[in-house]
Design a protein around this ligand. Structure first.
Ligand code: CA
Length: 232
């Protein structure tokens, strides 16, 4: 079962974008736009991680954070606060109130995902696999190393993230724009063809000799990690 993330954010566009991206990462996501409503939902049951906007209508993010922490079962819930620029001076107050981490808007999605995974790895180590394996390819997320048939594959950081993203969604076809958003971040403007260049690089390093290519090119769409790879 997927780990559950509750997003409390009153900007609809941001909330939708976060939901889309975190669902693509394999999380079960719920969104709430109002402080009071979030307070009720959190009293009913706690998610595995809470993403909390600072400024909300109704009860503020900081007050919600304080209320969750005041409950014995809310003590260990990972909480990430989102703050607008200019609220940076308030960060310390946020951390004092009990948030585990904070991000200043606009933030990059890959950065958010790294922080979320880091917090969940600590909170739910049994649910967050550090190793991803498909056939003879093995990724260690903690050390950021890749091995194929036991041999180290020397990948650059972009190729590593690309392979990690493709491999964590076997069979799913990703458009180039989706890959740009997840691997490079939404706040950078790069040509779609950059994706092709990096996939090419990844293939050259990963598929030495006559090793089978696990990445499928889907003409006119994008790329997928072959779900049949390594399976009889
Ligand atoms: Ca807000």
């Amino acid at each position: 079962m997927s780990l559950r993330i509750l997003i409390v954010e009153d900007e609809p566009a941001l909330s939708m974008m976060l939901r889309y991206n975190l669902e693509a990462e394999g999380f079960a996501v719920e969104t709430i736009a109002h402080g009071e409503e979030a307070d009720l939902a959190l009293r009913e049951n706690l998610p595995d991680l809470l993403l909390l906007d600072w400024m909300l209508p109704g009860i503020s993010g900081i007050e919600l954070c304080r209320r969750v922490r005041a409950r014995p079962e809310g003590d260990r819930l990972p909480i990430v606060m989102l703050t607008a620029r200019g609220e940076e001076a308030e960060r310390i107050r946020g951390l004092k109130t009990g948030a585990d981490d904070y991000l200043v808007k606009p933030f990059s999605i890959p950065e958010l995902v790294v922080r979320i995974r880091g917090l969940l790895r600590r909170a739910k180590p049994e649910r967050m696999a550090d190793r991803l394996v498909a056939g003879d390819i093995e990724i260690d997320r903690a050390t950021r190393r890749v091995r194929r048939s036991g041999h180290e594959v020397p990948l650059g950081p972009t190729e590593f993230r690309l392979l990690e993203f493709l491999m964590s969604h076997p069979g799913r076809v990703h458009e180039r724009q989706t890959l740009l958003d997840h691997v490079w971040g939404t706040d950078v403007y790069i040509d779609d063809r950059t994706v092709d260049v990096h996939v090419g690089r990844l293939r050259r390093v990963l598929n030495k000799g006559d090793a089978k290519d696990p990445i499928r090119t889907v003409r006119g769409t994008g790329y997928a990690f072959d779900e049949t790879f390594g399976k009889p």
